[in-house]
Structures are given as structure tokens and as C-alpha cells.
Write a protein that binds this ligand. Structure first.
Ligand code: PMP
Length: 356
């Protein structure tokens, strides 16, 4: 098989050693005679898998005992709705609008509450992180931020200190970004970028952040999910197992700090190259740039399409930008190797030489 580098924004590249371990254990997990896929979610052996995944991510993210770790289904998109159903009903809630995903989150919240957009970067196509005041937020039931904007390539470098519940959509930079969990009420992230396989959504929730809404559907009630340790119904068992393997891999490599260092090298290498080129450009400037999703363009759309096609032929896959943004996008999540960035830059130089 020819070597490929997968720049997909998600589902995204997984560590090869994780896939190999899963392959080794596929038919017979730890002499159980069964695949993890075939196990009862109420068996002792699966309970061990679940508790192991939780313990590993608790250590990786320094999650305090005040918070629970849940593995749910429905993607980050269901969290847009679930958190609003639990916490926005009849209330004023604050959102920072940093792009496509925060807008979707706001749309869901407006089904239940009054959404106040306290800052937005829409005026410049979401190419920066807007500033906002943290004074006078008491009137809101919570503040929602998207920590990394997967399409637009921006990210919060620091989180605001606020005295209302802080809710984060960290789907595209969880575990590659330092989050002080103790400052948050709820963090959610789809697994398909930095956690593992699609189908699992990790939620980290402060135990006392319980909804006052009565008679919530049990599948959409955080309280029910906390009480049942994510086992109210059949959870995404295989996805939780893969997440555990990814967490083991992260621990071996030195955890989130090691990832931040590695991702900084990877992304700086690419940003530096783009910034020194008069052929390629990146719409995001300065400290608001994402470590994990890097959008860039060539001089025109015809060349962008040619770039994506020729890159694909060379094994540089999934570089087409999101349909709403255009151009190209390189997603450099934790499992993406540095040599893939070098391969991309070598191709970018060649393409520029042939098309300038
Ligand atoms: N939020 C962010 C920041 C995302 O990047 C995505 C998906 N890429 C979503 C939410 C939606 O996630 P899902 O497809 O898991 O519902």
C-alpha cells in the first residue's frame, strides 16, 4: 500500500499503534474468547474497559472529582440541543459566535431560551477570535464557547474567567489544548478527531450542574446519565474501548503537554511556510490561529481544485477545505505525524513552482 497522509478534519487519522492493538485484540480480547463488540455492556470485563478509559482521561486532563466523565451518543450536534434543553429553558444564555459550529449551537439554544450573542467575528468571515467583557454576565444561565473552530481555523488561546457556568465545545482541540476543567461546568467533544472513532461523544460535567427542568427525556438528561455512569442504555462500547486505547497512547507520549509541543511544531512549520510564500495565504492571523485546523488558499479557485486533485494523487488526502469556506484545510490532530507536514510542504513548493 502506498504511504498516505490523512489531513481529514474528522473522522480523522488515528495512531497506527492504536489500530494495531485493536486489530490484535479484535477477535479475542484479553483471553475472553470474544471481541469487545460482542460483550455485554453490563459485564465486569466491559466495566473495566469503561473505568480504564475514564481513569486515563481523568489523569490526562486533570479532571477533578467534582466532575463526571460521560460517553454519550448523538455527536457534538446532539450536545448543542441537550445542553440547551437542560439549561436554557426560559432563560437568557450567552454565546460567543466564532463560526459555523457556534452558530449551530446558538440555533439549538434558541429553541428553548433567549440567546444573547455577546461577541462575534462574523464581520471578518470568522478569521479572528472576538474580544468580550466578562463583566455583567450574571444575568445569563451560562456562557458557551467553541474552543477551536474546525472550519475557520481559529482557536481561543486562553479561557475567560467567569462567574457563571462555562460550557465548551472542544470537539476539535480536546486533548491538544490545556483546559482548566475546574473552571468549567460542561465540556463536550465528538470523538472522531482527537479521541477515537466516530459514534462517541465525551462529556465532562460538574456534578452539581444539574438541570432544574422536570421530566426531561432520560436519554437527554445529564442527571440520568451521571447517575447511570453512561450506562442508562447500551453505550457505544467499541468506541469507548478505542478511546481508552487512544488515551493509553497519549499517556505513553507524555500527555497533553507533549501534544501541545508537538502540535505547535507541526502547525508553526506549516504557518511559517505559508507566511513566507506569496502564492499561498492563510486568512487567520496572529495568536488566534488554530493548532489543529489550518485553512489556506492558492491564488485562485481553479488552482485550489488542481492542488487538491494533484495532492490526492500523491497520497496527501482530504485537503479540500470545507464547502462553506473553500480553499484547502490541513487538519493536524494529535495522531497526525510531523513528516506528513514535511510531505505537504514539499508538495506545496513543487505545485507553486509549476503554477506560479
Ligand atoms: N463542533 C465542532 C467544533 C465540530 O468540529 C463539529 C464536527 N466536526 C461539531 C461540533 C459537530 O460534531 P458532530 O458531527 O459529532 O455532531
Amino acid at each position: 500500500m502506498t504511504k498516505v497522509y490523512n489531513f481529514s478534519a474528522g473522522p480523522a487519522v488515528l495512531p497506527k499503534t492504536v489500530l494495531e492493538k485493536a486489530q490484535n485484540q479484535l477477535l479475542n480480547y484479553k483471553q475472553s474468547g470474544m471481541s469487545v463488540m460482542e460483550m455485554s455492556h453490563r459485564s465486569a470485563i466491559f466495566e473495566e474497559i469503561l473505568e480504564h478509559a475514564k481513569a486515563q482521561v481523568k489523569e490526562l486532563m486533570n479532571i477533578p472529582d467534582t466532575h463526571s466523565i460521560l460517553f454519550l451518543q448523538g455527536g457534538a450536534s446532539m450536545q448543542f440541543h441537550m445542553l440547551a434543553l437542560n439549561y436554557a429553558q426560559g432563560k437568557d444564555v450567552a454565546y460567543v459566535d466564532t463560526g459555523n459550529w457556534s452558530q449551530k449551537a446558538m440555533d439549538e439554544a434558541s429553541r428553548y431560551g433567549t440567546v444573547h450573542c455577546i461577541a462575534s467575528s462574523k464581520d471578518k468571515n470568522y478569521s479572528y477570535i472576538p474580544e468580550f467583557s466578562t463583566d455583567n454576565l450574571e444575568k445569563y444561565a451560562y456562557l458557551h464557547l467553541t474552543t477551536n473552530n474546525t472550519l475557520e481555523g481559529t482557536a481561543f488561546t486562553t479561557l475567560p474567567k467567569v462567574n457563571i457556568p462555562l460550557i465548551l465545545d472542544a470537539s476539535s482541540n480536546i486533548l491538544s489544548y490545556d483546559i482548566d476543567v475546574s473552571q468549567t461546568a460542561l465540556i463536550y467533544a465528538g470523538a472522531q478527531k482527537n479521541i477515537g472513532a466516530a459514534g462517541v461523544t465525551m462529556v465532562i460535567i460538574r456534578n452539581d450542574f444539574i438541570s432544574d427542568v422536570k421530566d426531561l427525556p432520560p436519554m437527554l438528561s445529564y442527571e440520568t446519565m451521571i447517575k447511570n455512569n453512561s450506562l442508562y442504555n447500551t453505550p457505544p462500547t467499541y468506541g469507548i474501548y478505542i478511546a481508552g486505547l487512544v488515551f493509553d497512547w497519549l499517556q505513553e507520549l507524555g500527555g497533553v503537554d507533549a501534544m501541545i509541543k508537538l502540535n505547535t511544531i507541526k502547525s508553526n512549520t506549516l504557518y511559517d511556510f505559508i507566511d513566507h510564500s506569496d502564492f499561498y495565504s492563510c486568512p487567520v492571523h496572529g495568536s488566534d490561529r488554530s493548532l489543529t485546523n489550518i485553512p489556506f488558499k492558492s491564488p485562485n479557485e481553479t488552482l485550489d481544485a488542481k492542488f487538491v486533485k494533484e495532492a490526492t494523487d500523491k497520497g496527501l488526502l482530504n485537503l479540500k477545505g470545507h464547502r462553506l469556506i473553500g480553499g484547502m484545510r490541513a487538519s493536524l490532530y494529535n495522531a497526525f505525524p510531523l513528516e506528513g507536514v514535511d510531505a505537504l510542504i514539499a508538495f506545496m513548493m513543487q505545485f507553486e513552482g509549476e503554477n506560479h
